[in-house]
Design a protein around this ligand. Sequence first.
Ligand code: PLP
Length: 393
Amino acid sequence: MIPVVMPTYSRADVVFERGEGPYLYATDGRRFLDFAAGVAVTALGHANPYLIKALTEQAHKVWHTSNLFRVAGQESLAKRLTEVTFADTVFFTNSGAEAWECGAKAVRKYHYEKGDKKRTRIITFEQAFHGRTLGAISAAQQEKLVKGFAPLLDGFDLVPFGDLDAVRKAVTDQTAGICVEPIQGEGGIRVGSVEFLRGLREICDEHGLLLFLDEIQSGMGRTGKLFAHEWAGITPDVMAVAKGIGGGFPLGACLATEKAASGMTAGTHGSTYGGNPLATAVGNAVMDKVLEPGFLEHVQRIGGVLEERLHGLVSEHPAVFKSVRGKGLILGLVCGPAVGDVVAKLRANGLLSVPAGDNVVRLLPPLIIGEAEVEEAVGILDKTAAEISGEMA
Ligand SMILES: *Cc1c(COP(=O)(O)O)cnc(C)c1O
C-alpha cells in the first residue's frame, strides 16, 4: 500500500521533536549535531530566539494579505537586499524553484521586450540543480530528475560545468542568458573557479546575454560572503535566492537589476503566498543577523577551521574520505564507500549530513557554529571513518 505521505523521498527513520541551535532531538531521545541544517536552510540554528520573536510578533498581527496589497515586510526586505547586492528589485517566492522560475522568465522577457524575440535559450550546466518544477528539471536535464516526466520544456543548452570553451561554442543568436550555480550543491559541492565565473560574465557582456546565478544554496552567508559570486568580484543580472534567507520559514527571492527586470511589469508574474507578512518578518530578522558586523567573518574563520580539520581526516582515512571540496560552511567530503552508507553511519553516531552527487557527503552546518561543534563533528567523522575502515579491512 502506498504510504499516506507520497514516497518521493527515501527518508531516514527518525522524527525530530525539538531543536536548539545546532542540535536536533528525536522523539526517541537521541540528540544529533545538525550539519544538514535542513539542506542549508536553518542558517541561524534551530529555535533561534530572535527568529521566534520576529515570527510570533508578526503572527499576532497579520499572517497573509496576498500581493494585491503592499506588504511592509517585503518592502523593507527588498530595500535591504538591494542595498547590499547588485540588484535593484526583488520578487518574493515560497521556495527556491519558484525563485529560479521567476529568474528564467525574466531572462526571456528581457529580450522579448527589447524586440529580440528569438533570444529565448538559456545555457545551463551538467550536474546542475535548480529545483523540481518542470522548468527547473528541463534546465538541469539530469537523468534522475527528468526520467518519465517528458515532454520537457525546450530552451536549455547543457554544457560541462567549468568549461568556458563549451559555453562559447554553445552561444548562438538564440541565446538569452547563462544560468549557473557558483557552487553546485546537489551536484557534489563543485566550486566554480573565479576564472570560470569571470569568464561567464565576459561572455554575457560580449554577446548581450544575462547572467543568471542560482545562489539558493550558496548564498545568504554560506561561503563567508553574503553571496558566493562576490568571491569572483563579478555581479549577475538576475539571481535566485532561497533556503537560508528564511532560516526555516519558506521564503525565496528573485533579485534582478532594473535592466534585467524591465519586462516584469504588472500582471506578468505572481504568487499568492510569495513574501507574505510571516515569511518576510522572518526574512528581515535573518538579514539583521547575517548583516551584523563580524557575522560573515565568523563564517569564513570557522569554515576555514572545519575545512582544515577535514583535510586532516582525508590524510588519516584516505580509503574513506578522498578529498575536500567547498568554501566557508558549504563543504563536501568525496567518499570512497557509497555516500549513502557513510551518511547513515554518521547519523547513527549522532551527526546529520546530506548526500550529494559525485559520491560526496555534504556538511552544511548552521552558520552560528563554534569550535566546539567543529570538534564534535570531526570526532564523529573520525570515529565513523575508523569503523568503516575496520569493516573494509
Ligand atoms: C535547493 C535548491 C533549489 C530548489 O529549491 P526548493 O526550495 O527545493 O525549490 C534550487 N537550486 C539550488 C542550487 C538548490 O540548492
